[in-house]
Ligand binder design. Structure first.
Ligand SMILES: Cc1cc2nc3c(=O)[nH]c(=O)nc-3n(C[C@H](O)[C@H](O)[C@H](O)COP(=O)(O)OP(=O)(O)OC[C@H]3O[C@@H](n4cnc5c(N)ncnc54)[C@H](O)[C@@H]3O)c2cc1C
Length: 488
């Protein structure tokens, strides 16, 4: 089998359909950041994307970017540091994180936010503090529009003459005799669509294409949240009965192409669920956004069977998702009118579709959700008492400066059941974004960045830390891929 593979690769090496210095697989934040940096470093670059449209999960994301010492923190006088960010990430990751990667991420995260701004992306005036972060440090793209990142990055690729070929799926990484990755084997579904029509880089329609990478390949194929077979193999409890917020193309074939050439996998079974998954919608919709931006920051999470709170609503995603799953049924996120203010747009839309329901009194809300009589009123009274004090509650939740009681009717309720949201595990890379093999050596000619990699977030990721990380390591991967001397 191996001998056949070698003959095929050598044969193909003499029959490449096209060539370029750097090949990037995947057109999300990580891949496009890599493509831009590689091109700016003087390399010719081609991007391949399997879906009909660019952008992957980045396109549908909320556009929240976390970084210590970012411009918004400076404007608002929030004191933070790369060390505090690093420590928060390690705590959420249960210490499984690779500290060298986290240190690089923490050092360059704020630059990533500025870089995206320099490409034309604009932020809201808000600074959010999500669960597990010690201070507010998440800036958000205007209108929560992750697709603006993709627009900015594809526009820059266009300006730089980097073609992006959609409907091209990486089938296999091609290796040369020295085990160096020398190119890719792609399966093309229909006619190639590229943003340039340079005859040297244009590859026409067909079933299988072999493209040579004279310098390197950057793998940026994202996570595997939508790959039920692969994720169930890693974590059997996450079968098809558990929904996902991910786009349809978030599958594992890019990752497995690297595993087939002996790349080292990390933490594949640590799959993150989003605790704000709305039980009354598929995927990631307005219900989830309302829960994420209003309910968890300003409200409470209650088990309808008892009418009591079950967790620190500001804990990291893993702790909150575990708490809901432990009850065995959807739990109720509750917020009052004051707390709902931040997300009025989502609220209005969710009220129309009944994903969020409105109640004049807590008694009405409790009755509608079949909570034991009087239990919700008692829970909220206890919670409101705590908001005026300076001590942690029984879940370790500590009041913040602007913590508000739940006393401004109407009250809003949303049914929450976790969904697969993020896959922190993936390929082992070093701080230069080189993919490591099973003997802990870099695989020559292969780089990776973004959700296809593992090690940075360990057991679980903090909110807003994926996009920044994709940009930080995407840029590093692109710069280093372009710097590789051309192969023989
Ligand atoms: C609904 C939602 C909201 C989110 N909100 C935020 C947020 O606000 N802040 C934050 O930090 N994170 C957020 N995340 C997580 C974040 O969006 C992702 O982790 C990040 O976008 C991943 O970027 P990427 O470049 O690694 O992968 P992607 O953006 O997913 O891009 C990978 C691309 O590779 C393509 N691909 C896959 N396999 C192949 C193959 N074999 N051949 C060719 N192409 C292939 C895919 O189709 C895809 O287009 C959110 C995620 C979701 C699902």
């Amino acid at each position: 089998m191996d001998t056949n593979r070698k003959i095929t690769d050598e044969h193909k090496a003499a029959n490449w359909d096209a060539s370029t210095d750097v090949i990037v697989i995947g057109s999300g934040a990580a891949g496009l950041s890599a493509a831009i940096e590689a091109r700016l470093a003087g390399a010719s670059v081609m991007v391949f994307e399997k879906m009909p449209a660019t952008g992957g999960n980045t396109r549908i994301s909320d556009g929240g970017l976390s970084a210590p010492d970012n411009f918004m923190q400076k404007r608002l006088g929030v004191v933070d540091s790369p060390q505090l960010f690093h420590d928060d990430i390690l705590q959420a990751g249960l210490g499984l994180n690779h500290p060298d990667l986290v240190a690089v991420f923490a050092r360059h995260a704020a630059e990533a936010i500025d870089w995206i701004w320099s490409l034309g992306v604009r932020y809201t005036g808000r600074l959010d503090q999500f669960g597990g972060h010690s201070v507010p440090r998440t800036v958000t793209i205007k209108h929560n529009a992750g697709h603006k990142i993709i627009k900015a990055l594809t526009t820059r690729c266009d300006q730089l003459g980097v073609p992006i070929h959609t409907r091209h799926t990486l089938a296999r990484l091609v290796t040369g005799n020295s085990k160096r990755v020398t190119g890719v084997c792609l399966s093309c579904k229909t006619s190639a669509s590229a943003s340039t029509s340079d005859p040297k880089t244009d590859i026409s329609a067909g079933r299988i294409r072999h493209i040579r990478a004279d310098r390197a390949v950057v793998l940026a194929t994202g996570g595997f949240g939508s790959d039920v077979a692969f994720r169930t193999c890693q974590a059997p409890r996450l079968d098809e009965t558990i929904g996902t917020t991910n786009h349809q193309g978030a599958t594992a074939e890019g990752l497995t192409a690297a595993l087939k050439i002996h790349a080292m996998p990390l933490h594949l079974s640590w799959i993150q669920l989003g605790p704000w998954g709305c039980a009354d919608e598929t995927g990631y919709g307005k219900g989830a956004r309302f829960a994420s931006y209003s309910v968890f920051p300003a409200g409470i999470l209650v088990d309808p069977a008892t009418g009591s709170r079950i967790v620190n609503e500001w804990a990291d995603r893993r702790q909150r998702s575990d708490a809901i799953q432990k009850t065995g049924h959807a739990c109720i996120g509750i917020v009052d009118d004051q707390g709902a203010k931040k997300e009025y747009d989502s609220l209005r839309s969710c009220l129309k579709t009944s994903k969020v329901r409105q109640f004049d009194t807590l008694a009405d809300l409790g009755a509608e959700c079949n909570m034991p009589f009087g239990s919700l009123e008692q829970t909220v009274a206890d919670y409101n008492l705590w908001t005026g004090q300076h001590r942690p509650d029984r879940f370790g939740k500590r009041p913040k400066k602007h913590t508000i009681p739940l006393d401004a009717p109407p009250f809003y309720a949303v049914r929450l059941w976790p969904k697969v949201h993020y896959t922190p595990g993936g390929l082992h890379i070093d701080t230069h974004a080189r993919v490591m093999d099973l003997s802990h050596h870099p695989i020559s000619g292969l780089f990776a960045a973004g959700e296809v990699t593992g090690g940075i977030h360990g057991a679980g990721r903090l909110g807003g830390c994926a996009l920044t990380e994709c940009i930080v390591f995407g840029r590093i991967a692109g710069q280093n891929a372009a710097a590789i001397p051309p192969g023989p």
